[in-house]
Design a protein around this ligand. Structure first.
Ligand code: SF4
Length: 86
């Protein structure tokens, strides 16, 4: 997104080594005031547009994996127990 904060920094900053917690925090802080945060996060989690690498939508690689895993578990649970889902 052309006018987003990440477009104004060194692209390497948005792709920190996952184990470098300081660098991941720095990348996430770049997203904090982004006007496109919600839209970017949605794209970052959507099957057709997600990437396993980098910080997107304020989420680290691990956070996105967890969110996707939770979503899949929720879908499976709702399919198995539709009456309990609400
Ligand atoms: S939320 Fe998305 S568009 Fe905004 S700064 Fe972060 S990675 Fe860039």
């Amino acid at each position: 997104m052309k006018h987003s904060p990440c477009a104004r920094v060194d692209p390497e900053l948005m792709f920190p080594e996952p184990q470098n917690t300081h660098a991941v925090k720095t990348a996430k802080s770049i997203c904090e005031d982004c006007a496109f945060l919600a839209e970017c996060r949605e794209l970052a989690l959507a099957p057709a547009t997600r990437s396993p690498y980098g910080v997107w939508g304020g989420l680290s690689e691990a956070e996105r994996r967890d969110a996707i895993r939770r979503e899949k578990r929720g879908r499976a649970r709702r399919a198995l127990y539709p009456a309990k889902a609400a």
